[in-house]
Design a binder for this molecule. Structure first.
Ligand SMILES: [Zn+2]
Ligand SMILES: [Zn+2]
Length: 344
């Protein structure tokens, strides 16, 4: 008899979190027939936040926070939308689902899933340091924590926010006949730079590139105070001397910026730690301002939540998986496709 029969109790014994299926195009929850942050159009999508690599257009129906839905409406047109506010839960099939703040950008949420007596938290993107433009990350105890690892290497330790804003203000004051042109992503980073400046008492008008207008207006509509903003396009060269001007990173070195008064080119990004990246964009004033957790924030979060298992979605998975194993936490990389790490 060559047949090997497995004892049946091993076959039916459930593995922790096996009701969640990682696929290259996103995480699928069969018991609720829904996808989380799918990179392909799906009939039912739960979306953690509005960055384009997590929130794609073309889904049948979308469940997200009201703020994330507003961002998706602005980018893709009206969605078949099911708003779920922070703290609310919805039931889909046999799964209870809630949204809690992730501290990443306006409306960003961790998705908390309860099923079969197990809790899985899908963090999306997150950070732990204060951000005046969004609700702070809330740690939720769980069995499986699904984490990003954009800056998941010990070399990534973001400096204090106020130090970076000080650098920006010092550059502005040092050469009042010039302007400081800050490259910042249109969703999240641009509004955060403005709000951090306001928080440090900077009341001058801030000039913005036209591509930032719509999302700045959306933040203001959701109660985020940004002070006086003026369009940079059409402003006289003389008016722009001694001013801070914000533009999307793509506009830093293009024709648009050539009409500005001798700009000091700055860029606000977690990637400014990497000198090579600053050089690529001809950045004179790198500002290390990130909307992602750095190495210390990632590991502190895992210590605090103390999940039984950690699954890593995107970024530098290997180092974080290794750290987990050293700290007796089971960990694995999910190998999802389609997430980018440039949106910071
Ligand atoms: Zn993001
Ligand atoms: Zn991301």
């Amino acid at each position: 008899m060559g047949t090997i029969t497995h004892p049946t109790h091993i076959g039916v014994m459930a593995k922790l979190g096996d009701w969640l299926e990682p696929h290259p195009e996103g995480i699928y929850v069969p018991a609720a027939d829904l996808w989380i942050d799918p990179s392909q159009p799906k009939p039912r999508a739960f979306v953690t936040h509005g960055h384009a690599d997590h929130a794609r257009g073309g889904h049948g129906a979308v469940w997200a926070t009201p703020e994330t839905l507003a961002i998706m409406d602005a980018r893709y047109g009206p969605q078949t939308a099911h708003p779920v506010a922070y703290g609310e839960t919805v039931r889909m099939g046999d799964v209870e689902i809630g949204f809690v703040p992730a501290g990443h950008v306006l409306g960003s949420a961790q998705i908390v899933l309860d099923h079969r007596g197990e809790r899985i938290v899908v963090s999306g993107d997150y950070k732990r340091r204060p951000d005046p433009t969004c609700a702070p990350f809330r740690p939720v105890k769980c069995d499986v924590f699904v984490t990003e690892a954009t800056f998941g290497l010990p070399v990534f330790r973001h400096p204090e926010t106020t130090d970076e804003i000080d650098k920006l203000l010092a550059a502005l004051r040092a050469e009042p006949e010039r302007c400081v042109l800050v490259g910042a992503y249109a969703l999240g980073k641009a509004q955060r730079v403005i709000a951090e400046l306001r928080g440090m008492g900077f009341d001058d008008p801030i000039y913005i590139h036209g591509a930032l207008q719509r999302l700045c207006d959306l933040y203001i509509d959701h109660g985020v105070a940004l002070g006086e903003l003026r369009p940079a396009t059409g402003a006289a060269r003389k008016e722009l001397q001694g001013r801070i001007i914000l533009a999307p990173p793509g506009a830093l070195n293009d024709r648009w910026s050539r009409r500005l008064p001798d700009p000091v080119t700055a860029m606000a990004s977690g990637w400014m730690t990497v000198r090579q990246r600053a050089r690529q964009r001809n950045v004179e004033l790198p500002l290390i301002l990130s909307d992602h957790a750095d190495w210390d924030e990632l590991t502190a979060t895992l210590r605090e939540i103390a999940p039984k298992e950690v699954w890593v979605t995107h970024g530098r998975e290997d180092a974080l998986v290794h750290w987990c194993r050293q700290h007796q936490i089971k960990a694995r990389a999910l190998e999802l496709a389609g997430y980018e790490d440039e949106d910071d």
